[in-house]
Design a protein around this ligand. Structure first.
Ligand SMILES: Nc1ncnc2c1ncn2[C@@H]1O[C@H](COP(=O)(O)OP(=O)(O)OP(=O)(O)O)[C@@H](O)[C@H]1O
Length: 383
């Protein structure tokens, strides 16, 4: 891997998987950058557990109703529209629908429609042929093809430009895609779950969202209540996150005292479950002798305005990008070297420390892989 070479798709995938906060909607773990490290490595076991179990807390009666509805609709093939404020668990619910459907053995692909400019979103969704536009050096399947046999989760569907909405409607009706720059139709076998945190009816009335697409997606809908509307979930979720992070951080037993619980119950949770998760994670890092007290709970001053939490905290993606830009500026010299180390290490961990598999994943020889791991101190020279 020579300096200055562009990263391949496999490498980029590994890097993005290894990035904390790689999901645009999650707050980035920017402090890691200040330690002079770009990415922390995912713990494959923790990752596997979270994906396998997608442990969920549904204890409030409203959540239990939701769970019953998920179970009811999961086996059907109908498109689903998941609605709810930011952080209410739309993606988690979509994964659950997928896991309980006949498509559970197929891929689940989650895409944030708002994260791509109009010019890119079309080729990302539907794919493109080589030479379809400047920069299309190779042909590429889009998300619809990639999700074949499984589920495509289209988050922030309300952000799709109108021109793409027309095309999406066609694809859903015809069940086939045409890659950009091609005339050939490719049949697709994908269930679409779309999500929105804006009222799509209002977007339809304002002319920002096509009515026909709205009805097409709305065959089945799941309306996720805000956390303040399901108070019975607050403490079970807090305990769940405390246990989860305690384990990840390797801490001993953790308990919330009664005053801390009362403080959690009194808050309005504008950032919903994601905010609660962050609050508990933070509390765990600063609490003493295994007890979370009210002073360990740093709650936002905002009161329940949809999307308010995120706006006040600043767009996490923008924060990460700014931090990355600063880091790139300061570390131009060793950057590629560093990226390569991250990729090699991530591949090694993903392959459960199997050198042959890791080498295969990156398309390099085992000897190169081994030499690299020794140089990085990841394995001993005489092993
Ligand atoms: N019922 C639940 N039990 C446990 N954890 C949950 C539950 N619902 C959501 N979470 C967790 O809360 C966080 C936010 O959930 P998720 O990303 O699904 O929300 P979202 O509504 O898709 O957010 P956004 O609108 O910002 O895309 C995730 O870490 C998720 O695992």
């Amino acid at each position: 891997m020579g300096a200055g070479r562009a990263l391949s798709r496999a490498e980029l995938l590994l890097v993005s998987a290894a990035m904390p906060g790689s999901d645009a909607s999650r707050p980035a773990t920017v402090p890691a950058l200040q330690d002079g490290r770009l990415w922390t490595l995912p713990n494959p076991q923790a990752l596997a557990t979270s994906i396998r179990a997608t442990a969920q807390v549904f204890e409030d009666p409203r959540s239990m109703e939701l769970l019953a509805r998920i179970r009811l609709i999961a086996p059907s093939e109908a498109s689903v529209l998941v609605m709810g404020e930011t952080g209410t668990g739309k993606e988690l619910v979509a994964r659950h629908v997928h896991a309980l459907s006949h498509r559970a053995g197929g891929p689940f692909i989650a895409v944030n429609c708002g994260a791509f400019p109009e010019t890119l979103v079309e080729s990302e969704l539907f794919g493109h042929e080589k030479g379809a536009f400047s920069g299309a050096f190779t042909a590429k399947a889009g998300w619809f093809e990639a999700a074949s046999g499984g589920t495509l989760f289209l988050d922030e569907i309300g952000d799709l430009p109108l021109s793409i909405q027309v095309k999406l409607l066609r694809v859903l009706q015809e069940r086939e895609v045409v890659r950009l720059g091609s005339r050939r139709t490719v049949p697709i076998d994908v269930r679409v779950i779309a999500a929105t945190n804006v009222r799509l009816e209002e977007a339809v009335a304002a002319g920002h969202f096509r009515e026909d697409l709205y009805y097409r997606l709305h065959v089945v809908s799941l309306d996720l209540p805000a956390l303040r509307g399901r108070p019975g979930d607050i403490l079970p979720l807090a305990r769940y996150f405390a246990a989860e992070y305690r384990q990840r951080l390797g801490y001993g037993a953790i308990a919330l005292n009664a005053e801390a619980e009362a403080k959690l119950l009194a808050h309005s949770w504008p950032g919903n479950i994601r905010e609660l998760e962050n609050v508990i994670h933070h509390a765990l890092l600063i609490c003493r002798d295994g007890t979370i007290r009210p002073e360990d709970l740093h709650l936002s001053a905002l009161q329940g305005a949809p999307r308010g939490g995120e706006a006040a905290a600043g767009d996490p993606r923008a924060r990460l990008e700014a931090a990355l830009a600063a880091y790139f500026e300061q570390n131009r010299e060793g950057l590629y070297e560093h990226l390569e180390d991250v990729i090699v290490r991530a591949a090694f961990e993903y392959s459960e420390r199997n050198q042959v598999q890791a080498a295969r994943l990156l398309g390099i020889s085992r000897n190169v892989m081994r030499a690299r791991l020794i140089r990085m101190g990841a394995i001993a020279a005489l092993k």
